[in-house]
Ligand binder design. Structure first.
Ligand code: NAD
Length: 376
């Protein structure tokens, strides 16, 4: 029973799916852990640390593996080389990865997608969307603070008083709340808006001021937001304009599951911001909350510098990897059966809500219904 930790091959990915600190948890469960050389290098985790923790570091780590884990999905060529019956655990955005999903299906590989782990209480410790959103939210606030050429906090000094910066956060899910908490800790005055009814209380609990636009709230299923109608979107933009014009920093983190990120802020709204203001758009990669933002780049719109997020959790690869690895350990613990006589075995229960929820392919079939419908 061997788990292989793959070296990431996708451009710009600095995280790794397992950290030396947690290798012992897997070996205690009965797993042999094999790591591809250099897998942890971008997260500043050298091969020696994995070896010291009890893993083997081996170029042929994937050979004979029961489970292959990674952060980004394997590339198609590596997936095609896996023998039938192998399992993979990684993020697997099935909409963009149709060819890979078909390769898993045709090769008899069982694939589990971390973003499909159901967001139920029992699965909280396996929820990689949340753990990575936490890192991204923190990073957004720190980027905004770093780009802004003024203090976040109020500073009362012998040389006079410096007023605090005003930060507006749009979207107060996991990432947005973490951005709020971080900006607050740095001393900024923070205001935030989210379409979900529960959000106002969550925003206030972080010490920020909820922006009340007196619009209907948009609850979707599973505690997520619903998509806005174009009328609602236009009205929201109009009402948000004065808040954004008065902000020194704007951080946007809004998302709607399965859809492009909603466009919350037009270029004309950004143009009303003061000289030196900054905008951080975490959603730049998925369509952008801010018109004109570009993922991975800083562009100028009016007086503002607009930073577009691109694989933001990977910009803090050490902590992001540590949290992701814990999510993996917790999921594998659920999937490992221990029997005093027979020993440990990899035995995911297909009827378990968590296992069933995140399983994309198994035994030559696509089990994730939306993906099956899209591909077959
Ligand atoms: P997400 O990444 O899908 O979206 C981010 C935020 O954008 C959400 O809060 C959403 O309401 C907001 N948003 C969408 N459209 C918007 C708009 N037009 N204007 C302003 N904001 C908009 O969400 P997420 O951070 O993954 O989580 C969303 C919800 O799920 C939260 O309520 C969170 O507490 C809950 N959650 C539950 C669990 C669990 O029970 N295990 C785990 C994680 C998150």
């Amino acid at each position: 029973m061997k788990i292989a930790v793959a070296r990431e091959t996708r451009e710009g990915e600095a995280r790794v799916a397992m950290v030396p600190e947690l290798v012992g948890k897997l070996t205690a469960l009965g797993w042999e852990v094999a790591v591809e050389p250099g897998a942890g290098l971008h997260s500043l985790l050298p091969d020696e640390d994995y070896a010291e923790a009890g893993a083997t570091v081996d170029e042929a780590a994937l050979e004979g593996a029961t489970v292959v884990c990674s952060v980004q999905p394997l590339d198609v060529a590596r997936a095609a080389a896996l023998p039938a019956g192998t399992s993979t655990v990684s993020f697997l955005p099935t909409r963009q990865e149709g060819e890979l999903v078909a390769t898993f299906r045709d090769g008899g590989v069982t694939s589990y997608a971390m973003e499909l782990v159901p967001r139920i209480s029992r699965a909280q410790s396996m929820d990689a969307l949340s753990s990575q959103a936490l890192v991204a939210g923190y990073r957004c606030a720190v980027v905004a603070a770093g780009m802004l050429r003024r203090f976040f906090p109020l500073s009362m000094t012998a040389a006079g008083t410096v007023q605090p910066a005003t930060v507006v956060v749009l979207g107060a899910g996991v990432a947005g709340l973490q951005a709020i908490a971080t900006a607050k800790r740095l001393g900024a005055v923070v205001q935030a808006y989210d379409v979900r009814a529960a959000a106002a209380e969550e925003i206030a609990s972080m010490g920020a001021k909820p922006i009340d636009l007196e619009l209907e709230t948009l609850e979707g299923s599973g505690g997520y937001a619903r998509e806005m109608t174009e009328d609602r979107a236009a009205r929201q933009r109009e009402l948000l304009t004065p808040y954004i014009a008065a902000a020194d920093a704007l951080i946007t983190t809004a998302a709607v599951p399965g859809r492009q990120a909603p466009m919350l802020v037009t270029a004309a709204m950004v143009e009303q911001m003061s000289p030196g203001s900054v905008v951080v758009d975490l959603a730049a990669e998925t369509g952008g909350n801010v018109e004109g933002s570009v993922a991975g780049e800083v562009v100028r719109i009016g007086n503002a510098q607009v930073w577009g997020g691109r694989n933001v959790p990977s910009q803090m690869p050490g902590p992001a990897s540590r949290l992701y690895a814990q999510n993996i350990v917790n999921l594998l613990t659920l999937m490992t059966a221990t029997d005093e006589e027979a020993g440990a075995s990899f035995a995911p229960d297909p009827d378990d809500e968590i296992v069933a929820g995140c399983c994309v392919t198994r035994e030559g079939a696509i089990l994730h219904e939306p993906t099956r419908q899209a591909l077959e």
